[in-house]
Design a protein around this ligand. Structure first.
Ligand SMILES: [Zn+2]
Length: 640
């Protein structure tokens, strides 16, 4: 059903070309991207190494005007007349030049192939045999899939627009022509200017990248530019950029926060444990090899959770709970500094090597910094998520080493690579002991540092180092290559959750609520468990008792507020009416707003109210969120 390669003129051309001219087939044995069905590129023949990127961010036209200079590395056995193939998506290519060393640039022949809806279009460059560099001048599309152009209304400050990128999985090609496969690692230097000028009437914009800043604003062609350098080899999906009204606040020697001015202090307080988490991760899994670890807090309209861009995690502001309770998200993104960014999945079929390992590491970090109770709760929740995932996905999507040929790799982002992957490592830990697994993981990160590996390479390394000359006690075939779960999977328990559930049941049966100082140490997870243990139709009077005791209506915790407001809507609890509207007008994360609009729409009056709130709130939402809520409201109209 799935073809090995999308049928494009290029694939046809290369097959014919290969036979007629050089006798080398497209899928040469020396390269890896030829094994990656989500890239057209040919790193087995000609591989890109270093990128010099020059960008102008044009806010008025919502495009990037770019110049990308790639260094070229011809691979052993590469035919003399080999072309270079780059991935692009929606790019307008203005011209392509090559040069040898420092010789002048010469225009060369290039062709942009037919565009595939998922993969975009291959850019083939006919290379002179002596060429060592290629320069592509191009412009992005206003609808580039990696670029989110946030209107001023969608920011915290509401004065300046904001731009941020999301390159994973295969969106880097929509803003940089590149060999967009995680098997190719590159270094880069970037120079970024903005239109309008950051210091001019549209300013002050601040440009940040997931890289090291190099020089302060320096006039290039009369325009101030920000410069960055990434000296450690990374896959293309980790190239990241953000531009907006940003300020920086240090937290420690190597940690700090980038955020809008009104958000930065709150974020620095919330994430104060970051240095402790880095130290815990280093003690367990080896040195943090990236230099700084900063966190960029995106506008409230960011419709997702977080992204592990190197040196600079991108995060939703809804983790600013006001009680330091949501650090698991930062622990997760930080853990990617080892699993994912240091040792990287070679293709998106190996995504579980990134995410399963990261969830396992995240829980070890949380265990070390917060404690075992928290981890037990997260494991029980993870177990539930995995159960839901297995129940809702077809067998072929329940496999860790998944086949995603012919599909958008974003479709592989389910709970399987995360929770089944982590469960596999937990099973290994219970087999060999947690300390021995820790040593294995530290050795694994060191051995494969700054490399991209396949599931097969992991399996070989596991057998060689952890089980030399003996049978692997786990059924690796079942864990990695078969749907469902093997027999005897690890189970989790949380005495805390059992206690919380009992507290809720006791209160319903007439016992007093626990006093505020008894619940002072409760985290978000415990509050959610408490509220979810209560009946769906809890009365307004009961809610008022809870609100008097714990102040749920005024909570600064977006996760708890979402749960509370759903209960308040169902009960028609009046004191939450105005705060609900304020919440929906300030938060744009889909995970939270979709359930609230759905809850409102259970009655005709609620539906009217949902529409009124949406009209006021939509300017602050991301286009993806606007789309989701519009669909909800329109579906309701159709049934009325
Ligand atoms: Zn992750």
């Amino acid at each position: 059903m799935f073809s090995e390669w999308p049928r494009t003129w290029f694939a046809d051309f290369m097959i014919i070309f290969g036979f007629l001219v050089s006798g080398v087939a497209l899928a040469g044995p020396s390269g890896r991207a030829e094994l990656d069905p989500h890239s057209y590129s040919n790193p087995g023949q000609v591989r890109v190494g270093h990128l010099d990127l020059d960008l102008d961010v044009d806010f008025a036209r919502k495009v990037l005007v770019g110049e990308a200079i790639w260094s070229l590395e011809r691979q052993p056995g590469c035919p003399v007349d080999a072309s270079l193939v780059l991935d692009t998506k929606g790019l307008t290519v203005i011209d392509v030049r090559t040069s040898q060393g420092t010789q002048p640039w010469q225009k060369v022949r290039f062709e942009l192939g037919k565009a595939d809806a998922i993969l975009g279009a291959p850019l083939t460059v006919w290379l002179p045999v002596e060429a060592t560099r290629v320069q592509v001048r191009y412009e992005t599309s206003p609808t580039a899939s990696a670029l989110q152009w946030v209107e001023p209304g969608g920011t915290a400050g509401k004065k300046l627009p904001f731009l941020f990128t999301q390159s994973q999985a295969i969106h880097a090609r929509s803003w940089i022509p590149c060999q967009d496969t995680p098997s190719v690692r590159i270094t880069y230097r970037a120079s970024v200017s903005t239109t309008p000028d950051p210091t001019g009437p549209g300013g002050p914009f601040r440009v940040v990248m997931a890289a090291e800043p190099r020089t302060s604003a320096q006039a290039v062609a009369g325009k101030p530019t920000a410069e960055f350098e990434m000296t450690r080899a990374i896959p293309s999906y980790l190239i990241a950029l953000a531009v907006g009204d940003l300020v920086f606040k240090p937290m420690g020697d190597r940690t700090g926060i980038w955020a809008e001015p009104s958000v930065v202090d709150k974020a620095a307080w919330e994430f104060a444990d970051t240095e402790k988490m880095i130290q815990a991760a280093e003690a367990a899994f080896g040195p943090y090899r990236w230099g700084r670890y900063d966190i960029l807090v995106l506008p409230p309209s960011f419709p997702y959770g977080g992204m592990e861009n190197p040196l600079l995690t991108f995060a939703t502001p809804t983790v600013l709970a006001g009680d330091r309770s949501q650090v698991a998200l930062i622990a997760h993104e930080l853990a990617h500094s080892w699993s994912g960014n240091l040792v990287t999945n070679a293709t998106w079929a190996d995504f579980w090597l990134n995410e399963g390992f990261t969830v396992y590491l995240e829980r070890r970090i949380v265990e070390a910094v917060i404690g075992v109770n928290r981890v037990e709760m997260e494991q029980v929740l993870g177990e539930g998520d995995l159960k839901d995932g297995l129940a809702s996905l077809p067998p072929s999507d329940q496999i860790l080493h998944i086949n995603l040929k012919g599909r958008d790799p974003d479709e592989g982002v389910t709970r399987i690579p995360y929770e089944k992957g982590a469960l596999f490592l937990e099973a290994l830990a219970r087999e060999v002991g947690r300390e021995k697994l820790r040593q294995f993981l530290a050795g694994y990160f060191d051995h494969f540092a700054f490399r991209s590996i396949t599931t097969a390479e992991f399996e070989a390394y596991l057998k060689m180092t952890l089980f030399p000359g003996m049978e692997v006690p786990l059924n690796l075939q079942a864990w990695l290559h078969e749907p469902g779960l093997p027999t005897n999977v690890p189970r989790f328990e949380s005495p805390r959750f059992e206690m919380i559930t009992k507290t809720a049941q006791d209160w319903l049966a007439g016992a007093p609520l626990p006093l505020a100082d008894e619940t002072q140490e409760w985290s978000t997870l415990e509050w959610l468990q408490f509220l979810r243990s209560l009946p769906r139709d809890l009365s307004s009077e009961r809610l008022a008792q809870l609100d008097r005791a714990y102040g749920f209506t005024k909570t600064g915790n977006a996760e708890v507020a979402c749960q509370w407001f759903q209960m308040a809507i169902r009960a028609g609890y009046a004191p939450s009416v105005e705060p609900l509207e304020a919440y929906l007008r300030s938060v744009g994360r889909r995970k939270f707003i979709v359930p609230l609009y759905k809850a409102l729409m259970q009655t005709p009056a609620g539906t009217e109210r949902a529409k009124q709130i949406f009209e006021k709130a939509r300017a602050g939402y991301h286009p993806i969120a606007i789309e989701s809520i519009s669909k909800l409201l329109n579906a309701r109209d159709a049934t009325e």
